[in-house]
Design a protein around this ligand. Sequence first.
Ligand code: NAD
Length: 327
Amino acid sequence: MQVFFELILLVEMASSVVTGGAGFIGSHIVDALITRGDEVTVIDDLSTGRRENLRDALRAGATLEVLDVRDTAAVAAVFARVRPQHVFHLAAQIDVRRSVTDPWRDCETNVGGILAVLEAARRTGVERVVNTSTGGGLYGDATRLPTPEDHEILPLAPYGQSKLAAEGYAALYARLHGVSTVSLRYGNVYGPRQDVHGEAGVVAIFCGCLLEGRTPVIFGDGHQTRDWVEVSDVVAANLAAADGAGAAVTGAVNIGHGAETSLLDLVEALDRVGSRRGLRLPPPRFVAARAGEVTRSCLDVGRARAELAWRAQVGLEAGLERVLTSV
Ligand SMILES: NC(=O)c1ccc[n+]([C@@H]2O[C@H](COP(=O)([O-])OP(=O)(O)OC[C@H]3O[C@@H](n4cnc5c(N)ncnc54)[C@H](O)[C@@H]3O)[C@@H](O)[C@H]2O)c1
């Protein structure tokens, strides 16, 4: 009889909630959770996310709750119903320029959203909350590169400030209520499902230029650098932070490639990848730099390596190939 009950426990599916799961990064996390056999519930208001990103996941049994993550009562009701073990919180106002013009909305979504999630998590006994934060948005123009987690926080826009506040609430709920939380500070994430016709994500935009023979536009001299990390590596980091030894890690952890790549380097890499497909990227057009943009960004990923046993696997050219193949 005991063996019978143990077998039932073994086959019981883990339940996970992904907020922002219809978005670019969140939908890849949803797919990975489905693949490993979780019962997945997505909370998303579809403001920038797309149902289409969840096409396979919905067919495979995932549930989409179209609601605003700021709606505390609605979020609590979903948690009470599905009783998740793991929560991946990605729903956010992510537009840095919009955060400058409408800091109040940015704050409501990014601070109100994590609070709704943490409150629901503590009431329903969630085992682990993996919060999503930003490296570049928090460190601003860092004085140390690669930048470690204990670097001074110098946001250049309300977006970074609201993400910092969200990290603070995640850490507070661990101390005050014993909710297990961690905040992953991403570098610049790119990969399939980013809109190559959109206005966000320079890798996606430049891939669109390559495919359609359009001239890429560079704001500034192109020497500004970023730490680009492919989305499958970010998914792996999320899973590593939710399970096993990684589930004991708290505070903030940088998730990047740990490589500093300039926009000019990106253009060259894309041209090389394109030429293998018979495509040429037109030479870039340079326009005035945008105010408030970080000049150099590269994350020290030592903590993720040591404590999550995670490191980025996909190099830039391989990642660009994946984007081009997916379009
Ligand atoms: N893309 C990057 O390079 C990057 C870098 C650092 C951090 N991040 C963080 O990663 C997370 C995911 O970003 P992404 O790039 O996939 O962007 P995205 O816009 O594709 O995903 C955000 C998702 O949140 C949803 N959402 C927004 N407001 C909501 C609300 N009030 N209620 C419910 N859902 C809401 C959107 O519909 C969307 O599906 C965000 O928290 C973002 O801050 C992204």
